[in-house]
Ligand binder design. Sequence first.
Ligand code: GLN
Length: 188
Amino acid sequence: MKIGILALQGDFHEHQNCFNKLSVETQLVKSVSEFDNCDSLVIPGGESTAISKLLVNTKLDKAIIEKASEGFPIWGTCAGLILISNQIIENDPVPLKLINITTSRNYYGRQIDSFVEKILFEKENFEAIFIRAPKIVDFEKDIELLSLTHDGTPVAVKSKNILGTSFHPELTDDLRIHKMFIDMTENK
Ligand code: GLN
């Protein structure tokens, strides 16, 4: 099993470190041929507009949309969550439309407004780090809400083979969400 990590821009190395700690093989993905070599894909945090342009240039956008429709596991974190949304309030970038949620970019303010909030993931505390994070402002009935903030906003969501988090699990030592994605990849 090999987990692909989109490596066009953003904090892909941090995700790779997490999977290394869990002794799972990874492949940094910058092209369709590297993508074809993987069993699942993480789309990391970074700048969604930059990642989107590079996805189009490399034709990875179409490849990801096609594989996702066949049940291939995809996990988007922060900018990655924006990219997998069905709709983005700001209408920029053009989303991949892999999961029935609407997101709003930079909802919680600028880099300087970054914060940590204790949320519950699988009934236990998880220190969620939010950096220029998107907010999930709407979602359809098929969406499983895995974690909410204190005001009831979903911040970890899942629908079939698609997982999304508006925070950055790759920046903490808590690897439970990476483990969940490994399970999704093994059981696809
Ligand atoms: N605000 C960024 C964007 O719109 C995402 C920030 C992040 O991934 N930490 O792409």
